[in-house]
Design a protein. Structure first.
Length: 255
């Protein structure tokens, strides 16, 4: 069976889910450090294959969304020393000219992206897109171990009620596959070790990303909806000019 045939089979299985009217947020969290530019023995770098997979997935999910009366809102975050937002809750149908995701200087700061995810996964960003809101889906991709302390931001993220409901998968590449430090952090992030996936076990990195995203979406659409508080009112927008702190260590407050 070719990769396209395998993808079609997965999508057919997803299409059989009783999902009409549901809305969900899909997050891709992508390591953008310079090591993602190299893959010994391969003509394609990890970041190249991530870009290929995202484009293929977006095209397929557009068809799925139209055929099943669902709404998929896509957020793509890349991280090194800081977090960059490529798309922010963009409906999959509007994802036409997604910029090429490239690497940039910096370290693999897990803490920075954990902090940003915690900020994004708040009630006024998840609830209210449609009445029937499924839990978020988060796909985390890295080829490196964490640089710097991440535990404070991860602890905060693990306490986020919407994060707790999410379907999460981690795709490990290169050095991250054998890194005890990476696995220690990301097992906590993903909640279960079986949610950590080595890309070397697949035909290609792009194949791993596509398959695991579709499987996570399928599991998500059959999970219970997020209950909507009838008295909920979105929080006011944050005041402009207050930057997001990209330092991955924030000391605990004192009283």
């Amino acid at each position: 069976m070719s990769e396209n045939e395998e993808l079609s089979a997965l999508l057919n299985g997803l299409s059989n889910v009783d999902s009409p009217g549901k809305s969900l947020s899909l997050f891709f969290v992508i390591d953008a450090t310079k090591s993602m530019r190299s893959l010994p023995g391969s003509p394609y770098s990890p970041i190249d294959m991530v870009n290929v997979a995202l484009r293929e997935l977006i095209n397929q999910l557009k068809v799925f969304e139209r055929s099943n009366s669902v709404k998929i809102n896509l957020t793509i975050l890349t991280f090194s020393n800081s977090v960059m937002t490529v798309t922010d809750r963009m409906n999959i149908q509007d994802c036409i000219d997604i910029p090429y995701i490239d690497v940039r200087p910096g370290l693999t700061r897990y803490g920075v992206v954990f902090g940003e995810l915690n900020k994004l996964l708040v009630e006024d960003r998840i609830i209210g897109v449609l009445p029937k809101t499924a839990p978020p889906v988060i796909i985390f991709m890295t080829d490196g171990k964490p640089d710097g302390d991440y535990t404070y931001q991860l602890d905060r993220l693990l306490g986020n009620e919407y994060f707790k409901l999410s379907q999460r998968s981690v795709i490990l590449m290169g050095d991250a596959e054998g890194s005890h430090e990476a696995k220690k952090a990301l097992i906590r992030f993903a909640d279960k070790e079986e949610r950590l996936l080595n890309s070397s076990n697949y035909m290609s990195l792009s194949d791993a990303i596509i398959q695991e995203t579709i499987l996570a979406l399928r599991n998500d659409f059959v999970s219970p909806l997020i209950p909507v508080d009838p008295d909920f009112e979105p929080a006011a927008e944050a005041s402009p000019g207050i930057p997001f702190v990209v330092d991955d260590y924030v000391p605990a407050p004192t009283f």
